[in-house]
Write a protein that binds this ligand. Structure first.
Ligand SMILES: Nc1nc2c(c(=O)[nH]1)N[C@H]1C(S)=C(S)[C@@H](COP(=O)(O)O)O[C@H]1N2
Ligand SMILES: [Mo]
Length: 223
């Protein structure tokens, strides 16, 4: 009888120990955010604080009302769509550590959260003749990328930066996270996405910037 009591006491101790250890594990994960709730580390990599990230815009900051905002996807698709801000947020989200490099030589490391174009293209369907995707923005800016690049790299439209809702000067509601491409492919304040079947030169590309825009590659198109 005494032996049985001893035995159950041992089990009790073991369970208590497991609970304490499990609790410790949860508490062990550090608070990797700053005072404004901004993420400072993601996947073990240090993030540039938003306050230290530069920005660039041809016409200054655009202010978009999320209540009336619509993202239109049209062109060589089976079902054109108009998506509200809330609809965009309702899709499954992805988060990634991605560095942005402007062709002028500055850049920053950030955590980006958003919806992938593949998720949206899954909804619209894509015509088999499509080759190119054009992004149009409220400031008159535009740029394009090859469909294969966007699909193969599962490129996202970000609505959060370092866990913070994308600030107005950074492209609210959406900035394209064009991984491994120069900053001028990272369209901000996107309101329309057109799928076409020929090359397209955007704002900077039409004055000579390389339409390929691979980071590390030539900044200008060869004459
Ligand atoms: N709509 C719009 N998107 C834009 C631009 C712009 O002027 N208008 N500038 C581009 C350039 S040249 C760069 S380097 C990046 C800078 O992004 P950031 O302001 O978020 O740092 O935005 C790109 N996207
Ligand atoms: Mo840029």
């Amino acid at each position: 009888m005494a032996q049985l009591r001893q035995y159950s006491f041992l089990i009790y101790c073991l369970v208590a120990l497991i609970l304490v250890l499990a609790g410790g594990c949860v508490e062990n994960s550090p608070q990797e955010v700053n005072t404004s709730g901004e993420a400072t580390v993601f996947e073990g990599q240090e993030l540039t604080p938003i306050s230290e990230q530069r920005n660039n815009a041809i016409q200054g900051t655009q202010y978009i009302d999320p209540d009336t905002y619509e993202l239109r996807i049209y062109g060589l698709v089976d079902n054109p769509v108009n998506l509200s801000y809330d609809q965009l947020l309702a899709y499954p989200s992805v988060s990634r550590f991605v560095r942005m490099d402007c062709v002028e030589g500055w850049g920053f490391d950030a955590k980006w959260t958003g919806v992938t174009l593949n998720t949206l293209f899954n909804e619209t369907g894509i015509n088999s003749s499509a080759t190119t995707v054009v992004f149009y923005c409220t400031d008159g800016y535009s740029t394009s990328l090859e469909l294969d690049y966007l699909v193969d790299n599962d490129i996202m439209l970000a609505y959060k930066l370092n866990d913070i809702t994308l600030p107005a000067d950074r492209g609210f509601p959406l900035q394209l996270v064009a991984e491994d491409k120069y900053g001028y492919k990272w369209a901000k304040w996107i309101t329309a996405i057109e799928v076409i079947n020929e090359p397209y030169k955007g704002y900077w590309e039409s004055v000579g910037y390389n339409n390929n825009a691979d980071v590390g590659g030539p900044a200008f198109e060869r004459k």
